[in-house]
Write a protein that binds this ligand. Structure first.
Ligand SMILES: [Zn+2]
Length: 337
């Protein structure tokens, strides 16, 4: 363990954690800070920030927050206006910036943020915060950590929000930007072509919001990667997808799985006749359940009611429930694969 006394330490941010606070709950954090005990110290990498005090607060959700108060350096070169004059401090207000968590505790920085004004030409500007992530009131290290968690692909956005202590909308924004950088060009307006040649595609529509509108997605059945999502469930979706990937890429496709009563089958046969269209497992079982099993069950139930065998008829209702759950299981398997 690396220990230094804070008074002798020349590290920009003094993140003081009293070891006793973790070993023995009888010592409060404030007591720990004012005691003569030794602290764990480590560099913060928050350029220009000087921590003068650390207090323990509570977040809205009741989590502990180590709040590092202090000040941010204002270098002389930053005060130089483009007209050549030295800018004056016009106003300042305290701001809060979220930083990396320490274990289960959240942390934040609090310091006065200055507004500068040129006495000669009247130009104004805000003090630069070198460690702040663009577009969010969080530090660059927290931003990078959040992106890394999202990139792992094993956590949902909600889980990432819980781990980092960030709001779900902030996590969603960071993820959207990350995905745009990875998969789009022209400032996020144009999707890049699939990196890998697929052999088998799956296409299906899904309901949006109120169920009156649909969207369609196309996936690579071997990798599970989503290749295309578009509003609507008509042939145009297939035409637009083929335009996007190009005929050379479509040459490598051997088969496409779709449901039995969609326009997709026709669209693929029309544009790429070499592709074998197959009906996927989920839709075959679903149709079999809806049109065969369900009808037989209703007939049988009717017959049992007529014979006065009420108990047996009710038991058949339960069977229907089991079939319904099987359908959702099948649906899950279908999309994971
Ligand atoms: Zn000026």
């Amino acid at each position: 363990m690396f220990e230094l006394h804070p008074a002798r330490c020349n590290i920009s941010t003094k993140m003081k954690i009293h070891a006793m606070n973790y070993i023995n709950n009888t010592t409060t954090f404030q007591e720990a800070l004012t005691s003569s005990a030794k602290y764990l110290m480590y560099p913060s990498n928050l350029s220009g920030f000087h921590n003068t005090e650390t207090t323990l607060r509570r977040s809205m959700s009741g989590r502990n927050v180590f709040c590092h108060t202090g000040h941010l350096n204002l270098p002389e070169r930053e005060r130089l206006c483009s007209c050549g004059c030295r800018m004056h401090l016009n106003s300042s207000r305290n701001i809060y910036i979220r930083h990396l968590s320490i274990g289960e505790h959240l942390t934040c920085l609090e310091f006065p943020h200055h507004q500068l004004r040129c006495p000669s030409c009247g130009a104004t500007k805000s003090q630069n915060i070198p460690f702040k992530a663009q577009g969010h009131m969080i530090t660059e290290p927290l931003h990078t950590y959040t992106r890394d968690l999202l990139a792992k692909g094993t956590y949902t956005n909600k889980q990432v929000a819980e781990i980092t202590g960030l709001g779900e909308n902030v996590v969603k924004d960071i993820d959207k930007k990350r995905l745009q950088e990875l998969y789009t060009t022209d400032g996020g307006t144009k999707l890049i072509k699939p990196e890998k040649q697929a052999r088998f595609l799956g296409i299906d529509e899904f309901k949006l919001h109120n169920g009156h509108r649909y969207a369609t997605h196309i996936i690579d059945l071997e990798t599970g990667h989503i290749l295309w999502i578009q509003n609507g469930k008509k042939k145009q979706v297939v035409y637009d997808f083929i335009d996007h990937v190009g005929m050379d890429w479509m040459d490598g496709i051997e088969a496409v799985a779709c449901d039995m009563n969609s326009d997709f089958e026709e669209a693929f046969e029309e544009k790429c006749p070499w592709i074998q269209v197959v009906f996927d497992y989920f839709h075959i079982v679903k149709n079999f359940n809806d049109k065969v099993v369900s009808e037989v069950r209703k007939d049988e139930q009717r017959r049992l009611y007529e014979e006065g065998n009420i108990e047996a008829a009710k038991a058949l209702k339960k069977t229907r429930y089991i079939l319904t759950s099987n359908r959702s299981t099948l649906q899950k398997q279908n999309f994971v694969r």
